[in-house]
Ligand binder design. Structure first.
Ligand SMILES: *Cc1c(COP(=O)(O)O)cnc(C)c1O
Length: 427
């Protein structure tokens, strides 16, 4: 597989290079040189999830990784069930992995790829540096925990993620270090970018970004869009509308790649909270990020989404019309109301998935089959879900086992000099 740098088309890399490097020159994102559609999508849909996913990733990545199918089986050790909400609406549950959010799919596949590359002596030591607004951190920490030759440093905005989210990834220790930054998520993201721009840090500790910039994560996520359609009754497979709760727009990019591979999708809808840079852009044509606001759906508190250039690149190379991308946004009050509405239909969801449902529900046309992505388990946002719905959700084992552990994070100001010292202090 060859990928080019969106900001500098003369930089072309292999999949292995793109996975190791994360970003290209001038912080440009890598993008596949070609996405060849499958000849027979129906045959693909007939396969079991792991086998089909192996074929999809082999088709995209090619022969760079000999045991790719084995890595896929290791990474996708849990399913993505489709739950029926009503006759025209389905919930794609992406939260059955170890950290109860969809990011497990991408993070675990990336960890498998990096460890395969490292074990064949491809490059030196690796330090994963990533910023998280909640779920990335947990997924990355768990995916890389105890992996030899990989150190992990995770930055997150102090006090802006839930207690349970924090417990889930800041209590591991070992090769996982966590930093509580006294700033917003976008500032954490800026610190990560600054580290990648600093050759002393980048080359000294083999920096690698495991956030949704990394192409391996995006490609892994392509697979569950096929899985959603495969679980639909045959007569509904050609009328699908996907609604994607969006923050950094990695998940939406993956869905669009699935469509470029030949998966039949009538429409994609992007759903955000009040950090609605993209919905406003789609409505007005003006790119005008506002300061990031904290919301109930904190994993989507992003006002400068870093995967958006991939979305526009894909629309442009495929000749698709950005005007066909649906969009909508919800305030926190509207999110709470929608959670109660969805609960009354018999489906309990948390804020992120609920936003996708509500925007979908208000845009479905006659004959559409709606699928909204449930990106996290309701239990992961138990405090808010219990309060809003007046229920008492049981805490899953993945969370209850960590609830009383000590948070091991280091506090830090949003100051690159301080971060640099911290990073270089451990080899
Ligand atoms: C990360 C995340 C999102 C946003 O996904 P992007 O790929 O960044 O758009 C939505 N919901 C949850 C629960 C998340 O963790």
């Amino acid at each position: 597989m060859k990928l080019y740098n969106i900001k500098d088309h003369s930089e072309v890399v292999s999949f292995a290079q793109a996975v190791r490097q994360g970003l290209g020159r001038n912080q440009g994102l890598f993008f596949p040189e070609e996405i060849v559609p499958f000849d027979d999508v129906d045959a693909l849909l007939d396969l079991p999830f792991v086998e089909r996913s192996g074929k999809i990733l082999r088709h995209l990545i090619g022969d760079e990784i000999p045991n790719l199918e084995e890595l896929v089986a290791n990474a996708f050790a849990f399913g993505a069930p489709l739950a029926k909400v009503d006759d025209r609406t389905y919930a794609l549950e992406l939260f059955h992995g170890p950290t109860l959010a969809f990011k497990d799919f991408g993070a675990r596949f990336m960890a498998q790829c990096l460890s395969a590359l490292a074990s064949r002596g491809d490059g030196g030591k690796i330090t994963i540096l990533t910023a998280t607004s909640g779920d990335t951190g947990a997924a990355v920490a768990h995916a890389f925990y105890n992996l030899p030759n990989v150190d992990v440093v995770i930055l997150y905005p102090e006090g802006k993620i839930s207690n349970l989210q924090e417990k889930l990834f800041c209590t591991l220790g070992g090769n996982i270090r966590t930093v509580a930054v006294k700033a917003a998520f976008d500032d954490c993201q800026a610190l990560v970018k600054a580290a990648f721009d600093d050759p002393e840090v980048r080359d000294g500790i083999g920096l690698n970004s495991a956030n949704s910039i990394n192409i391996s994560r995006l490609l892994a996520q392509v697979c569950y869009y096929f899985e959603a359609v495969a679980q639909l009754p045959a007569e509904k497979r050609n009328s699908v509308v996907f609604s994607v709760p969006s923050g950094n727009f990695g998940d939406l990019t993956a869905g669009l790649i699935a469509m470029a591979l030949g998966l039949k999708v009538r429409k994609f809808i992007t759903a955000t909270n009040v950090n609605d840079t993209v919905p406003r852009f789609l409505a007005t044509g003006e790119w005008d990020p506002h300061p990031t606001q904290a919301t109930l759906s904190n994993a989507m508190d992003v006002s400068r989404p870093n995967n958006w250039p991939r979305v526009t690149e894909l629309f442009s190379v495929k000749g698709w019309d950005l005007g066909n991308l649906g969009y909508g946004r919800l305030t926190d009050a509207e999110t709470e109301e929608a959670m109660r509405e969805l609960q009354a239909k018999g489906y309990t969801s948390e804020p992120h998935g609920t936003i996708a449902w509500k925007v979908l529900d208000s845009s479905l046309q006659d004959g559409d089959t709606g699928v909204f992505l449930c990106t996290a388990s309701p239990a992961k946002f138990k405090e808010n879900v219990d309060r809003i719905l007046g229920i008492d959700l049981p805490l899953p084992e993945a969370l209850s086992s960590r609830a009383d552990m000590k948070v091991l994070s280091v506090p830090m100001a949003a100051d690159f000099a301080e971060l640099k010292k911290f990073l270089l202090n451990r080899k």
